[in-house]
Design a protein. Structure first.
Length: 405
């Protein structure tokens, strides 16, 4: 089976998915941003064919390139894990007549306003929202729904350029930054109070075959407000707890409502005074290499399970649910150069094998901005058989380790 993989060169994370396809017996061809000679040696060894494109977002051009590099038997699947390339992959599938998530479903997974309209039409719980193409529409929404509101790009990724506005003045500042227009619309939403988490799933033929729940401490927007915060992500091993059953059922309904067929999904959710609210879903795996934590905590080949789902439409592997896993980021007090760290050896000595992996930049390394995410600067990943004990370990790391700039 020959598979076309779009944007395999965006990160080392993509290499894990390419490798899984290879282990499942597929021949993998890529179309990416870089020239072949600029790909990592590991990626070059795994690709059976490759071509560079001017833009990974131009579906028509990608379809043309796909025809040029296709083997005689043609491609059987088109896949990507890159958020901006999800619609491009669907377009190539449509042109080549291949199975998988459709163009309509891919657009719904990217266009947050259209997504919420679809979900509300299926009686799925989500915040009030509106697509806005000018500042006046955003202000009218805020007057109608009341503050606070959240405004962000229509096709944004994570919390990049996302603003929580508690007043007209704050909304005006956000609008000045985003400059919504017909060419670059934004979405403005009711602010949903409550705890924030996510649910990651492997989907085969429209049905969830594996799922995993994680929690943010604190919420993503709150974590961006203060460098002193040590943001944590904790993935539970208590999936059979009664409190998750409604969430898991809602995730399946969201996937059905949007028509997502095969591959990975990443659902963001809130739970608070108004109950469960769906924030959004992406037709791609979670970022921040969160799948590595799911695989480590559940002691099974999650990437291989994804490959079986997209290639053969079947479930494979059994998660053990043995460990809860989590990450904590130690942020630098300001941007600049790292001069050292305190407490690292204490943490390594106390936690030992509980540490899955960590990154401690050496003196002289440049810091990265907060908006770059949770998997930059100084971070630790830990696992434990008890979820509550895992959280205490993450808290302990956050107190003991200090980054110096």
């Amino acid at each position: 089976m020959d598979v076309l993989f779009l944007a395999p060169d965006t990160s080392v994370y993509a290499l894990r998915f390419v490798d899984a396809l290879k282990r499942a017996g597929a021949r993998v061809h890529g179309i990416g941003h870089a020239k072949r000679e600029h790909l990592s040696p590991e990626l070059q060894r795994r690709l059976d064919g490759y071509a560079a494109a001017k833009s990974i977002l131009e579906g028509a051009d990608l379809a043309r390139i796909a025809r040029e590099i296709a083997p005689k038997s043609g491609f059987a699947r088109v896949e990507t894990i890159d958020e901006p390339a999800v619609v491009s992959a669907a377009h190539v599938r449509s042109v080549l007549g291949l199975p998988g998530t459709s163009v309509e479903s891919a657009i719904l997974s990217r266009d947050k306003a259209a997504m919420k309209e679809r979900l509300r039409s299926r009686d799925l719980p989500c915040a009030a929202s509106a697509r806005v193409e000018d500042p006046g529409a955003a202000r009218a929404f805020a007057e109608r729904e009341g503050f606070p509101v959240v405004i962000k790009p229509l096709e944004g990724y994570g919390t990049l350029d996302t603003f929580r506005c508690t007043s007209s003045a704050e909304l005006d500042r956000a609008l000045d930054h985003l400059k919504p227009s017909k060419e670059r619309p934004a979405i403005v939403e009711e602010y949903v109070e409550g705890h924030e988490g996510f649910l990651d799933a492997v989907v085969a033929d429209g049905t969830v075959v594996h799922d995993f729940v994680g929690h943010y401490y604190p919420s993503c927007l709150e974590a961006l407000q203060d460098r002193a915060i040590r943001p944590k992500i904790a993935c539970t091993n208590r999936m059979d707890a009664s409190g998750y059953q409604g969430l898991r059922a809602t995730n399946q309904r969201v996937i059905e409502a949007l028509g997502i067929r095969d591959g990975a999904t990443h659902l963001e959710w809130f739970f608070g005074p108004k109950g469960l609210k769906v924030s959004e879903i992406g037709a791609r795996p979670a970022g921040e290499r969160i799948w590595d934590m799911h695989a480590a905590g559940n002691e099974f080949d999650l990437y291989g399970s994804w490959a079986d789902a997209v290639l053969f439409g079947r479930k494979s592997g059994v998660p053990t649910r043995r460990y809860a896993t989590g990450s904590v980021q130690i942020r630098p007090p300001r941007d600049g150069m790292f001069t050292g760290h305190e407490g690292v050896e204490i943490v390594k000595r106390e936690l030992g094998d509980a540490i899955l992996e960590c990154e401690v930049p050496p003196p002289g390394a440049r810091t990265q901005p907060l908006a770059a995410g949770w998997h930059v600067n100084t971070w630790f990943r830990v696992r434990d058989e008890d979820y509550d004990r895992l959280q205490r370990k993450l808290e302990s790391i956050g107190r003991i380790v200090v980054s110096k700039v």
